[in-house]
Design a protein around this ligand. Structure first.
Ligand SMILES: *[C@@H]1O[C@H](CO)[C@@H](O)[C@H](O)[C@H]1NC(C)=O
Ligand SMILES: *[C@@H]1O[C@H](CO)[C@@H](O)[C@H](O)[C@H]1NC(C)=O
Ligand SMILES: *[C@@H]1O[C@H](CO)[C@@H](O)[C@H](O)[C@H]1NC(C)=O
Ligand SMILES: *[C@@H]1O[C@H](CO)[C@@H](O)[C@H](O)[C@H]1NC(C)=O
Ligand SMILES: *[C@@H]1O[C@H](CO)[C@@H](O)[C@H](O)[C@H]1NC(C)=O
Ligand SMILES: *[C@@H]1O[C@H](CO)[C@@H](O)[C@H](O)[C@H]1NC(C)=O
Ligand SMILES: *[C@@H]1O[C@H](CO)[C@@H](O)[C@H](O)[C@H]1NC(C)=O
Ligand SMILES: *[C@@H]1O[C@H](CO)[C@@H](O)[C@H](O)[C@H]1NC(C)=O
Ligand SMILES: [Zn+2]
Ligand SMILES: [Zn+2]
Length: 608
């Protein structure tokens, strides 16, 4: 029944496309673009792409950002622009006698209003994602939390892409109890231009919170399974290139793909292997060995990853592989395709842009609830106590407006401390209209507030205890509490190297130029991978939790300690660590007003 609904939705979209007046849309967009291009103060400085026998365009962790970043011009391209872009790149590859493959590593919803305002998430955004003609794609963990998402993935996405959808270790469960892979377990094919014999495999990291209509078989187990080793054995002398499409970090700190790699090398000691990773939301490129590298392409349609491989020559590592991280905007797309604005849009690209606009209007996503006038508020581009840090805004202003259930205002509220985990804010808050979409972008999580009443002297120590990362219980312990899990993903996974390399960069040749702030990525090939030269943004460290201390009296009475219900185990752990056990272990409800609603009301009421 649901699949009928999906089919209907697709048909509906096709119809909408036909009905739209392209010309009018086109003119407006052109005017729009011209203004945007003119309004940019200085043309950015670009590094060109390196092309080779086979070229890859990679996306990962798009999380529904197909409308582009409406309040950030650095990432303002939308999915239609991306489709036009890749169509020009494919043409160029053909003209040069080279191959080009388009790859996605999963996590396609849970990220903003465009994907999350529907039930299930991704209901209308996923069909838009599918307009891009990927050559290979795989599943992410966000396709596995909720069964309805998994069903959509199986019945719609995997079905549509057919043998291009590869998952070697994630399966879907039918009503009769049998399992089938999402798409295919592997794909063996010859590339159309260079006739490169390619074996593609798809992997998700060892994720154990999948819904019960699905299952994930850890990579460590798959490599011991007969079917897998038979596939490798069968293709032993028939492969020029192995492509691994993974939703797994490629970082050296994260062992899963490296274990897979050792296993693959037993069958294919001299074969080129290219990995594509995801999940930790960073730009990264790593060297597995002289014939193998991995690329990871960031998050949220901020980045398009590029890598090219010399498959045929006997060349060194650095001559064989090249990589780039492209900023997801039109300037960048125009530069790399050598097109003017007038030549850029393809019919399909325009069609998809129109579809996005129409869909956003239908969903009412652009309706302004308020405005952010003064400045941007960042998760980690400024220190945690900076006035433009979003956690400073939340703890000093927004959280003071939380009214307990049964009260009408906060004036009668006694002393209290409110603790939130930093991972509960999903993205920065940018200047401009604050829309329904913005609330989904910044604070979508529907967490109830609960409270425990504890001595003031204990309550004031809880946040510090949760931020003391020396106290992580041993991993793998059944009741383990890992407080670092309270962080946003790109901090939880940040490697030792990332931290070490957070030193300001000297860009000698362009020092005097006015560079915009943006990604400067340090990877195994150095720091020249970003296509656009930027002044580096610094990701300042942020704690696991922040607290809003609202203590106005000297009274020694017990105070309310307020937190999200889902972090109760962490709070209880901290209280135990503080030797405070004299409390009722189930906290009581404090308020059911979500943080996102508090923020929205704050923005509507005050000028920020
Ligand atoms: C990039 O390519 C264009 C066109 O071939 C060329 O004019 C330009 O100098 C190149 N830029 C760099 C930094 O190599
Ligand atoms: C279970 O259901 C699936 C999907 O309907 C079907 O393809 C498969 O043959 C069934 N298996 C058995 C053992 O009945
Ligand atoms: C998953 O579990 C729920 C109850 O927790 C049950 O109703 C449902 O049938 C299960 N689904 C499958 C596919 O096993
Ligand atoms: C590749 O080149 C290296 C040195 O340039 C040489 O030692 C090696 O034998 C060559 N390998 C093949 C397969 O030609
Ligand atoms: C870019 O396009 C211009 C105009 O079409 C053309 O003259 C030029 O040769 C192109 N440059 C490259 C590097 O293809
Ligand atoms: C905030 O910005 C919006 C849109 O630019 C504008 O309409 C509004 O008047 C501004 N409010 C204040 C208080 O400046
Ligand atoms: C806040 O609520 C209390 C009772 O809960 C009431 O006495 C007080 O007048 C209210 N204050 C405001 C500003 O509404
Ligand atoms: C808790 O009690 C233990 C054992 O008495 C003691 O070693 C520890 O220092 C106490 N911790 C705190 C934070 O008081
Ligand atoms: Zn993700
Ligand atoms: Zn993920």
């Amino acid at each position: 029944m649901k699949s009928f609904q999906f089919a209907f939705l697709l048909a509906n979209y096709a119809l909408m496309g036909i009905l739209l007046c392209y010309d009018q849309h086109n003119k407006k967009k052109l005017a729009d673009l011209t203004t945007r291009i003119r309004s940019s103060d200085t043309a950015p400085t670009y590094r060109n792409l390196t092309w080779n026998d086979i070229n890859f365009v990679h996306t990962t962790d798009t999380h529904g950002w197909y409308s582009g970043h409406l309040n950030q011009k650095q990432y303002n391209a939308n999915w239609g622009d991306f489709i036009s872009f890749t169509s020009h790149l494919r043409q160029q590859a053909l003209e040069q006698g080279q191959d080009l493959l388009l790859i996605d590593s999963g996590d396609r919803h849970d990220g903003n209003g465009f994907s999350d305002i529907t039930y299930p998430n991704g209901l209308v955004s996923t069909p838009i994602f599918m307009k891009q003609n990927y050559d290979l794609l795989t599943i992410g963990n966000h396709e596995l939390y909720v069964w309805e998402n998994s069903r959509q993935e199986y019945e719609l996405v995997a079905d549509y892409f057919g043998d291009k959808y590869i998952s070697s270790n994630v399966e879907y469960k039918f009503e009769n109890g049998t399992f089938a892979p999402f798409g295919q377990k592997y794909k063996y094919f010859t590339t159309p231009v260079q006739q490169i014999r390619t074996l593609a495999l798809g992997f998700l990291f060892d994720f154990n919170r999948f819904n019960n209509g699905t299952r994930v078989i850890p990579i460590a187990e798959v490599i011991t399974q007969d079917w897998f080793n038979e596939v490798l054995q069968q293709h032993k002398d028939k492969v020029d290139l192995i492509v691994i499409v993974a939703h797994t970090p490629i970082s050296h700190d994260y062992p899963e793909l490296y274990n897979l790699h050792s296993h693959l090398r037993q069958y294919f000691p001299d074969t080129i292997i290219q990995y594509f990773g995801g999940h930790s939301h960073i730009r990264d490129f790593t060297v597995f060995d002289e014939l193998s590298t991995g690329l990871q392409s960031g998050r949220y349609c901020e980045t398009i990853g590029w890598t090219s491989v010399n498959v045929k020559g006997n060349v060194s590592l650095h001559e064989r592989f090249a990589r780039s991280y492209l900023d997801f905007n039109l300037h960048s797309f125009l530069h790399h395709t050598n097109k003017s604005i007038h030549e850029f849009d393809t019919d399909k690209g325009k069609h998809v842009s129109s579809l996005i606009t129409e869909t956003r209007n239908k969903l009412n996503l652009n309706r302004a609830l308020g405005y952010v006038n003064g400045s941007n508020y960042y998760i980690d581009y400024v220190p945690i106590d900076h006035k433009n840090n979003i956690f400073d805004l939340l703890t000093s202003k927004v959280l003071t407006t939380l009214v307990p259930e049964g009260h009408t205002n906060t004036t009668s509220t006694s002393d209290r401390i409110i603790i939130i985990n930093t991972g509960s804010i999903r993205y920065d808050l940018y200047k401009g209209p604050y829309t329904i979409d913005s609330q989904y972008i910044v604070s979508p999580f529907e967490n109830l507030w609960v409270k425990l009443t504890v001595p003031k002297s204990i309550a004031t120590q809880v946040a510090a205890k949760l931020n003391d990362n020396g106290y992580i219980y041993a991993k793998g312990q059944a009741d383990a509490i890992d407080n670092r899990r309270l962080l946003p993903p790109h901090h939880y996974y940040s490697s030792e190297r990332t931290k070490r390399d957070q030193t300001p960069l000297i860009l000698s040749e362009v020092e005097r130029k006015k560079l915009s702030k943006g990604y400067v990525t340090f990877d195994d090939f150095g720091n020249d991978g970003d296509d656009t030269l930027h002044k580096p943004v610094v990701n300042f460290p942020i704690p696991n939790v922040v607290e809003s201390v609202q203590i106005h009296s000297d009274s020694e009475e017990d105070i309310d300690l307020i937190f999200y219900d889902f972090i109760t185990p962490n709070i209880v752990w901290a209280l135990n660590e503080l030797n405070y056990t004299n409390f009722n272990k189930s906290p009581s409800l404090y308020s059911s007003k979500y943080l996102g609603d508090l923020l929205t009301e704050y923005i509507q009421q005050f000028i920020i």
